[in-house]
Design a protein around this ligand. Structure first.
Ligand SMILES: NC(=O)c1ccc[n+]([C@@H]2O[C@H](COP(=O)([O-])OP(=O)(O)OC[C@H]3O[C@@H](n4cnc5c(N)ncnc54)[C@H](O)[C@@H]3O)[C@@H](O)[C@H]2O)c1
Length: 284
């Protein structure tokens, strides 16, 4: 199996920045694409401050931070991905946008390259169908914050080859130091299929006035030893992302437990996306 040396990441928001950071820290050559120079600069800043925090906490040597930064390049042109061996797409959770990116990556990437998505809920089969190489397309689903959380869900579609899954698995475990689980191409995979109904239930509980946001969160922290409560976690995930994931899962299963509560919809309408916009269930 050829070792992966050149990685492409599409999008440098919350997740793309984390994936790019972890790849660069693992000594890989990382090219990140963004929509425009401003968004690319914001991605670079996000990565730089995360690396700086790791140095301050004594988890990363200054020389290793500098080496990681030297492994990173940014572009606004996917046409520059012609030498990438694996690409991880991490743009907004929108099927139309993602299929557009996959069709373009298929034109640009060399034969044999792996096309992967960090999607939380969009069927991998739909992304694969936008390309002429569905056997090389799979879901590689990281968790936030990527530098901290060990898990990667590997999600083959019905068309993905076993060789692609094994290559992606070796990349995630041996090169990035992650641990993997495998899930079928079913909206939400393993973790979100369990987590999202829980988060939506907490939002419904808050919406119906059963308890304050703080008390709902403290209930789960103090009573169940969760590291953070469901409303804080929702703010951290991003309420726009949470709503999109819930919508995809509702679309797939038509189960009321996946339906976004009205309050979540209104908060997203108002631009209250949680931590990333400065306001969600809490103020930041
Ligand atoms: N937020 C989470 O906790 C989390 C966890 C796991 C997976 N995910 C998934 O990861 C993906 C990204 O989520 P996020 O939270 O990082 O979103 P985000 O909104 O923080 O970032 C998305 C980024 O993609 C960029 N972008 C949009 N279109 C692009 C294009 N065509 N080319 C290049 N860049 C483009 C945007 O400018 C933005 O910077 C989604 O599919 C989401 O479901 C999110």
């Amino acid at each position: 199996m050829t070792k992966i040396e050149r990685v492409g990441v599409v999008g440098s928001g919350l997740m793309g920045a984390g994936i790019a950071e972890v790849s660069a820290r693992s000594g890989l050559d990382v090219l990140v694409s963004e929509v425009n120079a401003e968004a690319a600069e914001a991605g670079r800043k996000r990565i730089t401050s995360s690396l700086d925090r790791a140095v301050q906490r004594g988890k990363l040597a200054e020389a290793d931070r500098d080496a990681a930064l030297a492994n990173l390049r940014f572009t606004t042109d996917l046409g520059e991905f012609g030498d990438r061996q694996i690409v991880i797409e991490a743009i907004a959770e929108n099927e139309q946008l993602k299929t557009g990116v996959f069709a373009r990556l298929d034109e640009v990437l060399p034969a044999g390259a792996i096309l992967s998505s960090n999607t939380s809920s969009i069927p991998i089969a739909k992304l694969a169908a936008a390309t002429g190489r569905p056997e090389q397309v799979l879901g590689v689903h990281f968790f936030n914050p990527v530098p901290v959380l060990k898990l990667v869900e590997l999600v083959p579609s019905l068309a993905t080859s076993e060789q692609t899954v094994e290559r992606a698995s070796a990349f995630a475990t041996e090169q990035l130091g992650k641990q993997t689980i495998r899930a079928k191409d079913s909206a939400g995979f393993v973790v979100n299929a369990l987590l999202v109904p829980y988060l939506l239930s907490a939002i419904r509980m808050y919406e119906s006035g059963v308890a304050t946001a703080e008390d709902i969160d403290n209930g789960m922290i103090l009573g169940c030893a969760h590291p953070m409560g469901p409303l804080t976690l929702s703010d951290m995930i991003g309420l726009d992302t949470l709503k999109s994931v819930a919508d995809s899962m509702y679309e797939e299963f038509k189960e009321p437990l996946y339906a976004a509560p009205v309050l979540l919809q209104r908060m997203v309408d108002a631009g209250h996306y949680g931590k990333k916009s400065g306001r969600g269930f809490y103020a930041y």
